[in-house]
Design a binder for this molecule. Structure first.
Ligand code: PLP
Length: 445
């Protein structure tokens, strides 16, 4: 029951929520989260929850970092808004672009800003189309993505995403994209298949798809170094080496979607560092501002930049950009957030506490009869629930067990996320080892 005029009641009557069963929300009302403190959030009744998913895989520095509040307030007072169209800029956008070029893997030399990961991936699609047109390759337009991959929900990014609930009844995909098999061994490895053989089979499939479509029609391969929203999928050993070798040979660009993996999530600054990826394009968001402000950034290689720059000169403008591209408050918050990550050694903390988290999850739950496997690296992990690990059979209907565990965790003051029967952990990078144990105690209850 909710009270008249309460937040819950107003919300229930007027708010269509993203990623929510609207009828269930009408019946039960929403859960109202009211404030945050470190790795905890509190509901209206004052109950505390350890945020085991950092909000949406995003609040690296915790939920009440005063320096980010000050950075936002200072920028609001100085210049709350300005755009970056038509040769204008401002301090925070320029400084952040410079900082990101310095931080991102070698070879990425320019940065474009958007407000969300979806807008960023839509922008990548348009940039690469524009680039290939500029280079006289108008037929090189298709994308290769993976089933289970998540790249957003707008028309192009949602097309790249490889999850059925993002396509069905939305009439997606709407751009030319081929989805190849997910490197999800739990789901897709054959009985007795080694990691190396699984990686090779995925590589052979990629070769076959390229041969079928024609390499001259394919612009890029996009992938998350480690899939997040698709169930925390760590690729098999050798997978990225093989994918990159094939793509380079066929002049297919590599887009690393680091929206979740960026800024220390996998134990290194970038997922590309963890998996040995040399991207032509790197997309980041979420921990870029710890989601205190909406912001995403796309770092591109010099080759792509030069193509775009030439074409913009030809047309008199690069006809793409958002009112909020490089928003001063968002970019100021990102700079401060990155300063905190660096000064407080949060990538190293994530690596250390993440290693302990991985070991502890396996030690405590690896042999549980309802646990098929524990996977992950650094500060991102999943516990795969099932009825029978030898056959990898789910307890029917699939997802019910995960949903049950999600609800019970909530009752015990822990917010996690279930992706069907995979229960995901992605705690803030500031998590201490004691808090990591507290998190798993709440999960075990
Ligand atoms: N790419 C990845 C890897 C993501 O995980 C997400 C969101 O979770 C997106 C893109 C889309 O970002 P947004 O929700 O900001 O549009």
């Amino acid at each position: 029951m909710t009270m008249p005029n309460s937040t819950a009641e107003l919300d229930r009557a007027a708010h269509l929520h993203p990623y929510t069963d609207a009828r269930k929300l009408e019946a039960e009302g929403p859960r109202v989260i009211d404030r945050g403190d470190g790795v905890f959030v509190f509901d209206e009744q004052g109950n505390s929850y350890l945020e085991g998913l950092s909000g949406l895989w995003s609040v690296g520095v915790g939920f009440n970092q005063p320096r980010l509040v000050e950075a936002a307030a200072e920028q609001m007072a100085r210049l709350p808004y300005y755009h970056t169209f038509a040769q204008k800029t401002h301090g925070p956008a320029a400084r952040l672009a410079d900082k990101l070029v310095e931080m991102t893997p070698e070879g990425l030399t320019r940065v474009f800003f958007t407000s969300s990961g979806s807008e960023a991936n839509d922008t990548v699609v348009k940039m690469l189309w524009y680039f290939n047109n500029a280079r006289g390759r108008p037929e090189k337009k298709k994308f290769i993505s993976r089933l289970g991959g998540y790249h957003g929900i707008t028309i192009a990014s949602g097309s790249l995403t490889g999850l059925p609930w993002n396509h069905t009844d939305f009439d997606l995909p709407a751009i030319p994209v081929r989805h190849v098999t997910s490197p999800n061994a739990w789901q897709n490895a054959r009985d007795g298949e080694s990691e190396a053989d699984f990686a090779q089979r995925l590589a052979d499939e990629l070769e076959a798809v390229i041969a079928e479509e024609g390499a001259e029609t394919i612009a890029a391969f996009i992938g998350e170094p480690l899939m997040g929203a698709g169930g925390v999928i760590v690729p098999p050993e050798g997978y990225w080496d093989k994918v990159q070798e094939i793509c380079r040979r066929h002049e297919i660009l590599i887009v690393a979607d680091e929206v979740i993996t960026g800024f220390g999530r996998t134990g290194n600054l970038w997922g590309c560092d963890t998996f040995g990826i040399k991207p032509d394009v790197l997309v980041m968001s979420k921990q870029l501002t710890s989601s205190y402000m909406p912001l995403a950034a796309i770092a591109i290689s010099d080759e792509i930049y030069q193509g775009i720059a030439d074409n913009s000169a030809r047309h008199g403008t690069f006809g793409h950009g958002f009112t909020a591209s490089g928003h001063p408050v968002a970019t100021a918050v990102a700079l401060e957030n990155i300063a905190i990550i660096e000064e407080q050694g949060l990538v190293a903390n994530g690596a250390a506490v993440g290693a302990a988290l991985q070991a502890e999850l396996r030690r405590r739950f690896g042999d549980h009869p309802l646990v098929g496997e524990v996977r992950g690296t650094g500060m991102i992990a999943a516990v795969q629930l099932c009825a029978d690990r030898s056959t990898r059979r789910a307890l029917a209907p699939e997802g019910k067990l995960g949903g049950y565990v999600f609800e019970r965790a909530h009752d015990h003051g822990l917010i996690i996320r279930n992706i069907k029967d995979a229960v995901a952990f992605c705690p803030p990078l500031i998590l201490s080892e004691a808090q990591m144990h507290d998190m798993l105690d709440r999960f075990a209850l």
